[in-house]
Design a protein around this ligand. Structure first.
Ligand SMILES: *Cc1c(COP(=O)(O)O)cnc(C)c1O
Length: 361
């Protein structure tokens, strides 16, 4: 275990490995009661309640980190909290990829931020298209990966196809790339995958696996920007060196802790159950609509639907005030729209707009 993390860490950029993390004033506060080390105002701003908004927030808010560790069933040291999982993607690319030399690997069509983060950093993107059934082609991926490949992103359930990637696929990648590349498993939609097991179950045996989770989807907190990277403690420590000094605003920490209270989690679970039932209703009803060619099986809170004339459908929905995502520009998704599962009323509006009467559950 420890041997394999040290080899993997050597794959990070040497200048980052040599760096000290920025030691913020807030981190040095310790037991002090008179805090005169951060040039903060001694008074809370108007209307801030108990939030101590005059103080810089804890860089890795302890209560939130602890709660997230419980929620995801991992050790606190394995948790990095960030400004959405988007920030974790960016930190990983910046920590591992040397500009102009290193690469990341993805299987399109998939979430766009991996390639955006890589291109921003000047890292090339090695693309291995998904198979026709939207499964990850591990052999083709491994054949394209080179010594310059530092990160391999696997999104499960995948956005925008909705397909779940079996853990065995992720394990094969991790085993083949041991000591060479970090396999980053983006589980932004795992809560919708009918109890599918998280890749965190591989962390004990594979130091080169990292998992991304987010509160933005199933926990209804997209506006608060709270994402989590779960990885070996040394990867977490590495990324902390280059993370912004105070990434999580205090108000967002409060909102996240409230949403993750026992009542908050119970409410999220009820809503997930509603969304899964609604996903079933839409999947069963949509094939009967004129112009629908295929409804791809989904383990997420959206459906990827292929239409005979996606542009026409997109415009017809828009004319009724319904906006969906046109994903037709992605390879393999020509003619597809990605439709988020909304409230029961919203979904009924979609079915109505497509000329379907209410279909009994
Ligand atoms: C929505 C989404 C995210 C974004 O998560 P944030 O925590 O809101 O940054 C990450 N990955 C995938 C695949 C997503 O679809």
């Amino acid at each position: 275990m420890s041997a394999s993390i040290s080899k993997l860490l050597e794959r990070a950029r040497p200048e980052i490995l040599a760096m000290q993390a920025y030691s913020s004033a807030r981190m040095e506060a310790g037991q002090a009661t008179i805090m005169l080390n951060a040039n903060e105002s001694p008074w809370a701003p108007a209307g801030s309640g108990d939030s101590e908004l005059n103080r810089y927030p804890d860089p890795q808010p302890k209560a939130l980190r602890t709660r997230l560790a419980e929620l995801y069933d991992v050790a606190v040291e394995q948790i990095l909290v960030g400004r959405g999982s988007d920030e974790a993607i960016d930190l990983l690319v910046r920590a591992f990829c040397h500009e102009g030399r290193d690469t990341i690997a993805i299987s399109p069509p998939t979430f766009g931020m991996y390639a955006v983060a890589a291109r921003t950093q000047g890292a090339a993107v090695i693309e291995t298209p998904l198979a026709a059934d939207f499964s990850v082609d591990v052999d083709a991926m491994l054949a394209r990966i080179t010594d310059s490949t530092k990160l391999v992103f696997v999104c499960t359930p995948n956005n925008p196809t909705g397909a779940l990637v079996p853990l065995a696929t992720i394990e094969r990648l991790a085993t083949a790339l041991r000591d060479r590349a970090l396999v980053v498993v983006d589980e932004a939609y795992l809560e919708f995958a009918d109890g599918a097991m998280s890749a965190t179950s591989l962390l004990g045996t594979h130091a080169n696996v990292a998992v991304l989770r987010t509160l933005s989807k199933a926990h209804a907190l997209a506006g608060a920007r709270v994402g989590t990277l779960i990885a070996h403690a040394e990867i977490v420590a590495l990324l902390r060196r280059i993370q912004a000094p105070y990434p999580i605003p205090a108000l967002c920490v409060d909102a996240a802790l409230a949403a993750l209270s026992p009542q908050g989690v119970a409410q999220a679970q009820e809503r997930i159950a509603v969304l899964l039932s609604e996903r079933g209703r839409l999947s069963r009803s949509l094939p009967a609509a004129a112009g629908v060619l295929a409804v791809h099986p989904s383990s997420a809170n959206f459906l990827c639907v292929r239409f005979a004339d996606a542009q026409k459908t997109y415009k017809a929905l828009l004319a009724l005030g319904i906006i969906v995502r046109d994903v037709g520009r992605y390879p393999g998704l020509a003619g597809c729209l990605r439709i988020t599962i909304g409230s029961p009323q919203e979904n009924t509006a979609v079915l109505g707009a497509l000329g379907l009467q209410e279909v009994a559950a």
